[in-house]
Design a protein around this ligand. Structure first.
Ligand code: FAD
Ligand code: NAD
Length: 396
């Protein structure tokens, strides 16, 4: 029998962890493993709110794949996936190159969910990649410098964050730390700067523990963030946003952090999706395809009560690890294992030294939560790149 070809799309949490398991467990020539990714680096999505606000450099959230991929065991292709043809068992890249596979792993991450709201795609920023966050950071700086030229343009120093989910809250925490620095650097009166965090649901962080939500809101309010809760954004224009209550907020910076959907390539390939995510089976297989697996934000899995798990890095990592092991088993004709997520809790940052978290029934506040988050980051870095990477990247 010829050597099986395993093709992995995306070097995010799910795709990278699948690749690293194969790298570790497969013997030479047991399978031909190819990883395709848009960039020659993996980015730590869970940190992207920091470079977006400018409290950390974009480079800090990047890990060169060269550092963690063994090119003797894994073929790395730097390329952008254009389409997947599951019936032909092929994938086409933007370069025109066509790759064939015996086993396919889809780990292409997510896209902003705009719910069809007019103007968002055209006029709002989103925290989704290294290039995207670099753009947000530079735009914010530019707005400060423009305001110095035209001090009657309040919209230059008015910032709108759409959504008070974890992404919106974490970004506001960083922005709250960054704005005083920018005011000093550009000589802008801090009282002129406004940040609105706008949430459609009746509470920020809907569904999360109310005591932790209140704590988060108080910390952010102290940093100058103004919340508008139960107030959906209805439209985004080049000049700002319109809210469901009829109010208009004039702003040249709208950051949309109001949810994600699976990468549209998956739906275009003909897989059945809900919000762009494939409802996979217990082995992470796409329905109808024995040899197509989906991990991370492109995959939809349910708990025992039939409720969907949220798309998180925590689950993507566990999926990647299980799938890597299962692919080794498939190649060897061994038994595969069902995937069950083991939730370790939720930890979110609220800017420097501040955070919230829930681990089991334990609630964490302030510096304890922030420290636990750093410990969790450290574990991830160690997992993918050993002590060297952990020491290089972690900020104490
Ligand atoms: P990603 O990590 O998004 O990776 C997708 C990869 O695919 C990327 O490398 C991308 O370049 C590549 N790719 C995309 N399209 C193409 C293409 N067409 N061709 C080639 N390559 C492509 N979750 C947590 O559990 N804990 C947290 O603390 C946390 N914090 C977060 C903070 C922020 C600011 C954000 C935005 C999210 C956070 N999340 C967190 C959610 C978490 O980041 C995602 O669930 C996770 O990144 C999903 O992993 P993934 O492997 O599906 O995709
Ligand atoms: P989300 O879906 O969790 O939150 C989006 C928020 O936007 C919701 O509260 C929603 O009510 C609100 N919203 C929707 N439409 C709106 C509108 N028209 N106007 C105003 N508000 C609107 O999305 P997210 O925060 O981007 O998170 C995506 C995933 O990543 C989630 O699974 C989340 O748990 C995970 N994440 C985790 C962490 C962490 O664990 N620290 C951090 C960031 C993201």
């Amino acid at each position: 029998m010829s050597t099986p070809k395993i093709l992995i799309l995306g070097a995010g949490y799910g795709g990278l962890l699948t690749t690293l398991q194969l790298q570790k467990k497969l013997n030479y020539n047991e399978a031909e493993v190819t990883l395709v990714n848009k960039h020659n680096y993996h980015y730590i999505t869970t940190w992207l709110h920091e470079p977006a606000a400018g409290t950390a450099s974009a480079d800090h959230a990047r890990v060169d794949l060269d550092r963690i991929i063994d090119k003797d065991k894994i073929n790395f292709v730097k390329g952008t996936v254009l389409s997947i043809q599951p019936e032909e068992q092929t994938v086409t890249l933007e370069s025109g190159e066509v790759l064939s596979y015996d086993y396919l792993v889809i780990g292409l991450g997510s896209e902003p969910e705009t719910f069809g709201i007019e103007g968002l795609k055209e006029h709002a920023f989103s925290i989704r990649s290294i290039n995207a966050v670099r753009n947000i950071r530079e735009h914010i700086q530019y707005m400060f410098s423009k305001y110095k030229q035209e001090p009657d343009r309040q919209d230059y120093v008015t910032f709108v964050v759409g959504g008070a989910g974890f992404t919106g809250i974490e970004f506001c925490g960083e922005l709250g730390d960054r704005l005083p620095e920018l005011c000093e650097e550009y000589d802008v009166d801090p009282s002129q700067v406004k940040v609105y965090c706008i949430e459609a649901a009746p509470s920020a962080l809907p569904g999360f523990d109310p005591e932790l939500v209140n704590y988060a809101m108080e910390v952010l309010e102290k940093k100058g963030i103004e919340f508008k809760i139960a107030t959906p954004i209805k439209q985004c224009t080049p000049d700002g946003v319109f809210l469901a209550n009829g109010e208009e907020i004039k702003s040249k910076t709208v950051v949309w952090a109001a949810g994600v959907r699976g990468n549209s390539i998956v739906e275009k390939a003909g897989f059945e999706v809900m919000r762009g995510r494939v409802k996979v089976d217990e082995y992470l297989r796409a329905p109808g395809y024995e040899n197509v697996f989906v991990v991370g934000d492109c995959a939809l899995i349910f708990n025992v009560e039939g409720r969907p798990y949220p798309p998180t890095a925590q689950i993507a990592v566990q999926e990647g690890e299980t799938l890597g092991e299962n692919l080794v088993a498939l190649v060897r004709g061994d038994l595969t294992h069902k995937f069950t997520p083991h939730l370790q809790g939720t930890l979110a940052s609220l800017g420097k030294g501040e955070g919230i978290g829930q681990v089991g029934s334990k609630k964490l506040f302030g510096s304890t939560a922030a420290m636990m988050k750093k410990a969790s980051d450290l574990r991830y870095l160690y997992k993918i790149g050993g002590v060297g990477l952990a020491l290089k990247k972690v900020k104490l």
